[in-house]
Write a protein of this length. Sequence first.
Length: 28
Amino acid sequence: MSIGWGQDCEDGVEVELWGECYNIEETT
């Protein structure tokens, strides 16, 4: 079973959660 870890998430802008990148910059 291969999970796509190690994606090119922007450090400080995006976080990697469950193999997906989430943008955390737009928090209002």
